[in-house]
Design a protein around this ligand. Structure first.
Ligand code: 2M8
Length: 463
């Protein structure tokens, strides 16, 4: 065993401390040089168990610095103008073309909106110490979150259909998921564009050397290297979309109708739904009423229900251009559980799929790989094409728990903890061998362990 159960909290805490920089917690130490939106939310959950005041301060600080004037919260807040080894750094986003950009260096896209339900978790923990401090935190964070949610509703769902759009695979958090293959194939990429990307990504190859210099074994360093990450072709399309957004001055109205990537992502929408539930709760706690969010929540519920496919018993993204469901089975298909949307009978069917041959497979553990083992793009070691990721399995287990399917939730939780004790806090894990892959000592993995081992009933009770 790599970590003894008695040492788990200490080790998780060490990871968070190690990845601290300038008052923020980065995803890792070395590659991801900035603060990511949904990572920040998940990290805040774990830190709330250790030091809720610190966690509250960090979350407020992140939003205050990163948020644009129109309420938009970008997926990365950068520390510096240059990010050696990480592409694309600030200069490629050209955010200066937008009248809404903040002073800080940021990206120009967002990420799954988990911040409101994470803020509520911090509130729960703050309350255990001081009711007054807890309410003060909500009073400060509520207007910022409300502004962000209003941005998503107005700019990403201009037709008020109840589903917000994403404009880039990175906004989904599951960058190279097979869900995006067909939509992305509509973007034609030239040989020159691939060559340009090869050049722009050349620094990542230095990571291997850097890893060795830091005392990591060669194997571990190689795991972080280029082969398991999205390909140059993927990146050429990702970069095409970055340039597309900047060329429209980050004007959402134009982008919405013109961009080739406009998808109603099921994961994004379910986390937004849960964050809206949390926002309504937050408003009540500080004696405010928010009928605007309440109305949208009802609309969202009806719209998410329509993403269900009876034949496969799962939920799927909607391609805005074709108005068709994107029927690729991935962990995103289970996210309505977290939002509490499926009927009990549907949730039971989803549990059967999760533990069946397509996801759990023959493994004795109950871990859910990011992509169905039967999908043509499935790969056990390649980023979002198949490996096991802590935050998404965490969302699924909390979802099963919410639906009252406690047996499967318990089994996933147990399997996740066994995995961490045996392998440590990796970015993701091989879905066949369970080997730790990507970056070592990864913040969201360490942070969510702190929630898994707690006896807290919060995720079942807050809604
Ligand atoms: C990964 O995404 C970034 C781009 O945003 C990247 O590959 O460079 C994803 O796993 C994403 O979900 C995550 O938030 C980010 C930082 O951990 O890394």
């Amino acid at each position: 065993m790599q970590i003894s159960p008695q040492n788990l909290v200490k080790k998780a805490q060490e990871v968070l401390v190690k990845n601290e920089r300038a008052g923020f917690i980065m995803p890792d130490q070395g590659y991801y040089q900035g603060v990511w939106l949904w990572d920040t939310g998940f990290i805040a959950i774990g830190e709330a168990y250790l030091d809720p005041e610190k966690s509250a301060k960090r979350l407020l600080n992140f939003i205050s610095k990163a948020q644009w004037k129109n309420g938009f919260i970008p997926h990365i807040l950068f520390f510096n103008q240059e990010t050696k080894g990480y592409f694309p750094g600030p200069k490629y986003w050209q955010t200066q073309v937008s009248k809404n950009r903040p002073q800080a260096q940021t990206s120009g896209i967002t990420q799954p909106p988990n911040l409101a339900f994470c803020a509520l978790m911090i509130y729960e923990k703050l309350k255990e110490k001081s009711e007054k401090t807890a309410k003060e935190f909500l009073t400060k964070i509520y207007p910022l979150l409300l502004k962000y949610h209003r941005y998503l509703i107005c700019e990403r769902d201009p037709q008020n259909c109840g589903l917000v759009s994403i404009f880039h695979p990175w906004e989904s958090g599951m960058d190279n998921s097979p869900r995006w293959q067909e939509v992305l194939s509509r973007i034609h990429i030239t040989r020159e564009q691939i060559e340009e990307i090869k050049f722009l990504r050349r620094d990542i190859k230095n990571l291997t050397k850097q890893g060795e210099a830091n005392g990591n074994s060669c194997r571990e360093a190689l795991n972080s290297a280029i082969s398991m990450r999205p390909t140059d072709e993927d990146y050429a399309r990702f970069y095409y979309l970055v340039k597309f957004l900047a060329s429209r001055n980050y004007d959402d109205e134009k982008i919405y109708s013109e961009i080739p990537f406009n998808v109603k992502d099921v994961l994004f929408n379910c986390l937004f739904y849960s964050s809206n539930e949390a926002l309504i709760f937050i408003a009540q706690e500080i004696n405010k009423k928010n009928s605007e969010i309440e109305n949208y929540l009802r609309r969202q519920k009806e719209a998410i229900k329509k993403l269900y496919d009876k034949k496969t018993s799962l939920y799927y993204d909607l391609d805005y251009k074709t108005n068709k469901l994107i029927k690729r089975k991935t962990i995103a298909s289970f996210m309505p559980l977290f939002a509490g949307i499926p009927k009990k009978v549907q949730a039971k069917r989803m549990a059967e799929v999760a533990v069946g041959p397509e996801f759990k497979g023959r493994s004795s553990s109950f871990l859910i790989p990011s992509t169905s083992r039967f999908d043509s793009a499935y790969h056990p070691r390649s980023y979002w094409l198949g490996p096991i990721w802590m935050p998404t399995d965490w969302l699924i287990l909390r979802g099963f728990e919410r639906m009252g399917l406690t047996f499967i939730a318990y089994e996933i939780k147990k399997s996740l903890l066994e995995l961490i004790l045996q392998k440590g806090f990796y970015e993701y894990y091989d879905s066949e061998t369970k080997e730790g892959l990507g970056r070592k000592d990864f913040s969201w993995t360490a942070s969510l362990v702190l929630d898994l081992i707690s006896e807290s009933d919060f995720w079942r009770s807050f809604r």
